[in-house]
Design a protein around this ligand. Structure first.
Ligand SMILES: *[C@@H]1O[C@H](CO)[C@@H](O)[C@H](O)[C@H]1NC(C)=O
Ligand SMILES: *[C@@H]1O[C@H](CO)[C@@H](O)[C@H](O)[C@H]1NC(C)=O
Ligand SMILES: *[C@@H]1O[C@H](CO)[C@@H](O)[C@H](O)[C@H]1NC(C)=O
Ligand SMILES: *[C@@H]1O[C@H](CO)[C@@H](O)[C@H](O)[C@H]1NC(C)=O
Ligand SMILES: *[C@@H]1O[C@H](CO)[C@@H](O)[C@H](O)[C@H]1NC(C)=O
Ligand SMILES: *[C@@H]1O[C@H](CO)[C@@H](O)[C@H](O)[C@H]1NC(C)=O
Ligand SMILES: *[C@@H]1O[C@H](CO)[C@@H](O)[C@H](O)[C@H]1NC(C)=O
Ligand SMILES: *[C@@H]1O[C@H](CO)[C@@H](O)[C@H](O)[C@H]1NC(C)=O
Ligand SMILES: *[C@@H]1O[C@H](CO)[C@@H](O)[C@H](O)[C@H]1NC(C)=O
Length: 566
């Protein structure tokens, strides 16, 4: 029998003197890298992987490790990385940023991965350096400096002599190990890659970070692959170039072979707060060992640590409750973005902009998204793309797909929009989606299946699941009686961990009617996490009928943080 332990939500801000809880930064925020910066008003900053999402590399800030605010995205301008368009695959795009602060400046090293290319082709990996002197500024981060590294997960370390050493993962399919080289951050000029550690024998040694403590260089890495065998291991040396001696008690951190609801723990980064306490962040998946329904994918979790002088670091095992010292609450974090668990109430008012936490899939066509066009104030006009959310091959999208969404950050939630849309030709469609990747999404759309006698008289609602790893699901088709108005409210809800519930009302004020279900396991796959959003498409035809989205709402209902078998 399963007994679910749940935690009631505090909306937006943590108040009172509570222990922080995991996930620290819920939803699609994998491969975390975090720092503490005294110079910037005692603030913690975290970066996470964004894959094909754009804007990319969300930057979250906190002053108490409990309240987290999105302060910007390191990739905010299409011109920074036009090649994101050419990243092919559900898990291509931006992998594993490392954020560091050095000498008054913030740096991010990361990799743009062009998937589906020959793995021995070194042009599969485009490694880049981004930097800023003020992470709160609009478009804070620089254009990238590209550097050559055959591999991914590049992470810098500043040696006392001023040299920057970069640690990274050599492609694990070929001959897995951690490589090191010296890098000029201004020019991208690098020395030859040298292998420094093979890890302890787990699959895919990756995500390395170097730390100097008590005269030792500690190399802390992930191994085991990012699934149920994920773990964090370490080695140390008196010299930055090695040889590295593995920790006697590896792995240093893992939830593998446990019954914890938090699985896949690994890809860690460590930092100290102003009082000298050590903390570790890692990615984790709320799946339990069953590992079937985990639509939010790999999230950022925090754990307390002890790191005694001259000793190996000891991480507390990851669970829902975060142990260790409690920091005083400082919830008033500066910044322009939303707090991580805050609800959305967005009306697309004239002269407004889309919030910082809204994301597209790859680089958008700006003409497809117009806020409050004349005659349609307080709406977001979507112009349909030729491609739907799958595209032609479920991987690539040579032309942009019209989609904008936000991350699902709660186990249970309600998301809804008003959609004013009257398709005018067969296959024209607009709606809402639970979107994980092009090969995994559940769409709830208004679609014209036949225009005899006219689309207006044959409008249909359709729930369609796209998944390449679970059994095919039949479409749910709901013919609509000729509507008094073609404005509808579309809602996606999760009341439990296994199902999404799709409902609608005709007219934006009518009672909600159940349309059908989607299964969370169909959007549990790969490296990303679900987004909830709106789309418009001609399903492979050039369509021209815009859809008008208004009254965008998202509200968290429940965060499930622990599941025990009893
Ligand atoms: C885009 O990627 C291709 C293939 O790796 C490369 O030849 C080209 O220089 C890249 N363009 C930019 C602007 O980085
Ligand atoms: C790492 O593995 C390679 C083979 O892939 C081997 O040649 C090398 O000796 C190993 N290095 C260490 C330090 O064990
Ligand atoms: C989990 O258990 C399996 C099977 O005993 C073992 O091969 C694996 O190394 C274990 N993983 C970790 C991280 O301990
Ligand atoms: C973490 O859990 C493992 C068992 O999975 C246990 O061996 C280890 O001692 C625990 N570590 C801590 C710091 O509690
Ligand atoms: C983490 O904090 C708890 C108290 O909240 C403490 O019992 C535990 O020893 C700490 N773990 C480590 C590894 O320091
Ligand atoms: C520093 O942080 C505190 C607490 O969050 C805040 O009240 C203060 O305004 C901040 N100061 C600056 C200069 O940002
Ligand atoms: C989860 O919700 C779905 C849809 O309401 C329902 O069919 C299913 O029985 C629920 N599962 C559990 C375990 O309650
Ligand atoms: C997406 O469009 C293609 C045609 O471009 C079509 O074959 C496919 O069925 C559509 N997929 C979905 C999920 O509607
Ligand atoms: C869609 O329009 C583009 C640009 O006008 C054209 O190149 C393409 O052939 C059209 N595609 C279809 C399926 O009609």
């Amino acid at each position: 029998m399963h007994c679910l332990l749940v935690v009631l939500l505090t909306f937006g801000l943590a108040v009172g003197h509570t222990q922080p809880q995991n996930p620290l930064i819920p939803g699609f925020h994998p491969d975390p890298s975090c720092i503490f910066v005294l110079d910037w008003n005692d603030t913690f900053f975290c970066a996470s992987s964004s894959f094909n999402a754009f804007p990319g590399i969300p930057i979250h800030a906190s002053q108490d490790l409990q309240n987290w605010r999105l302060i910007g995205n390191a990739l905010s301008r299409p011109g920074q990385l036009p090649n994101l368009t050419n990243a092919v695959g559900g898990t291509s795009g931006i992998w594993a940023p490392t954020i560091r602060y050095h000498d008054g400046e913030f740096f991010i090293l990361t990799t743009l991965v062009f998937d589906k290319m020959d793995i021995t082709d070194t042009s599969r990996w485009d490694n880049i350096i981004l930097r800023t002197k003020n992470p709160y500024a609009a478009n804070a981060w620089s254009d990238p400096v590209h550097f050559s590294f055959d591999g991914y997960d590049t992470s810098p370390f500043w040696h006392e002599d001023g040299t920057v050493y970069v640690q990274g993962s050599h492609p694990w399919e070929v001959s897995p190990h951690i490589d090191q080289m010296q890098l000029d951050l201004d020019t991208g000029e690098a020395t030859k890659q040298v292998p420094i550690w093979n890890g302890t024998g787990g699959l895919a040694p990756e995500g390395p970070h170097m730390h100097l403590k008590d005269g030792y260089y500690y190399l802390i890495i992930a191994e085991g692959g990012t699934g149920l065998n994920h773990m964090e291991t370490g080695a140390r040396s008196r010299y930055i170039t090695g040889p590295f001696t593995p920790a006697p008690d590896n792995p240093l951190l893992t939830n593998a072979n446990t019954t914890s609801y938090f699985q896949t723990v690994g890809h860690a980064d460590v930092f100290q707060d102003s009082r000298g306490n050590w903390w570790g962040v890692a990615l984790s998946t709320r799946s339990g060992p069953e590992y079937i329904s985990y639509p939010m994918g790999r999230e950022t979790v925090l754990t307390n640590m002890t790191w005694a002088e001259g000793e190996w670091p000891v991480f507390q095992n990851v669970s829902g409750l975060i142990g260790g010292p409690t920091l005083p609450l400082r919830p008033q974090i500066r910044g322009d973005g939303a707090f991580i668990t805050a609800p959305d109430s967005i009306n697309f008012a004239p002269d407004s902009q889309l919030p910082l936490h809204f994301t597209y899939w790859r680089i958008p066509d700006p003409a497809a998204y117009i806020i409050s066009p004349p005659g349609h104030e307080n709406t977001l006009q979507l112009f349909p793309s030729l491609l739907n959310l799958t595209g032609f091959d479920a991987n690539s999208a040579p032309t942009p797909q019209t989609f904008v969404g936000r991350r699902q950050v709660h186990s249970e939630f309600v998301y809804s929009v008003d959609m004013d849309y009257l398709p005018s030709a067969p296959e024209e469609e607009a709606g809402v989606s639970v979107f994980l990747a092009q090969n995994h999404h559940i769409d709830f759309g208004i679609v014209c299946l036949t225009n005899e006698p006219s689309c207006a008289d044959t409008m249909t609602l359709r729930i369609r699941t796209t998944s390449t790893t679970t059994p095919a699901r039949p479409d749910t088709i709901i013919p609509l009686a000729a509507a008094p108005s073609h404005a509808m409210r579309l809602e996606i809800r999760a009341d439990n961990l296994t199902h999404y519930i799709f409902s609608y009302s005709q007219g934006s004020t009518g009672d909600m009617v159940l349309a059908g279900y989607g299964l969370s396991e169909d959007v549990s796959w790969g490296f990303t996490g679900t987004m909830l959003g709106v789309y418009a498409t001609g399903n492979g035809q050039n369509a021209s009928t815009p859809a008008y989205v208004s009254r965008w709402r998202y509200e968290g209902v429940l965060q499930v943080t622990s599941e025990s078998t009893g």
